[in-house]
Ligand binder design. Structure first.
Ligand SMILES: CC(C)(COP(=O)(O)OP(=O)(O)OC[C@H]1O[C@@H](n2cnc3c(N)ncnc32)[C@H](O)[C@@H]1OP(=O)(O)O)[C@@H](O)C(=O)NCCC(=O)NCCS
Length: 140
């Protein structure tokens, strides 16, 4: 059975476990759990941690409906292709409906076949195929 849990303030230990598994050199920034507009969703398959998703709700300048920046999703290799990614996104979409989110967006690479398929299969539309991502790394 797949279960999804949103981590909040007080779930630092669970969040630290996620950080350890995916960023072995990293250290949990527990501020991330304190903001109500940050969403850290953990998925469990039959009680075992299997993957997570992280997203930020963003205010818009021209309307009061926020946007959702779906920042990352990772499923542990041994749990992939069992519907966990889809369940995580389904829960994030439910949150978007609750929060009256106008649109959600996510970035990926064309070569990432699994991600491309996951996003398409959960209703994502590639509306501007020539979009390019620029990153300002050290100076930002
Ligand atoms: C992308 C990722 C999150 C998918 O998670 P998952 O739990 O395996 O996905 P699901 O089992 O819910 O599958 C969703 C859909 O994608 C398809 N899919 C999953 N992995 C696939 C693969 N390796 N190749 C082709 N299709 C794949 C499934 O068949 C399913 O398609 P369907 O709905 O048409 O039947 C997972 O592969 C992962 O963690 N990858 C490494 C991290 C990553 O690349 N994250 C995305 C960064 S943008």
């Amino acid at each position: 059975m797949i279960e999804i849990k949103r981590l909040h303030r007080g779930d630092e230990e669970l969040a630290q476990e996620i950080v350890k598994q995916f960023w072995p050199e990293g250290q949990l920034n527990d501020e991330c759990l304190k903001k109500e507009t940050n969403y850290l969703l953990a998925s469990y398959l039959d009680g075992t941690f299997a993957g997570f998703l992280y997203a930020y709700e963003l205010d818009r300048l021209e309307q009061d409906k926020p946007m959702m920046f779906f920042y990352s999703i990772d499923v542990l290799p041994e749990f992939r292709q069992q519907g966990i990614g889809k369940r995580l996104i389904k829960e994030l979409k439910r949150i978007c409906t609750d929060r009256n989110v106008s649109k959600m967006y996510v970035l990926t690479d064309e070569e990432n076949e699994a991600a491309m398929r996951l996003y398409r299969s959960t209703g994502g539309k590639r509306v501007m195929p020539d979009n390019v991502l620029f990153i300002y790394k050290d100076e930002a």
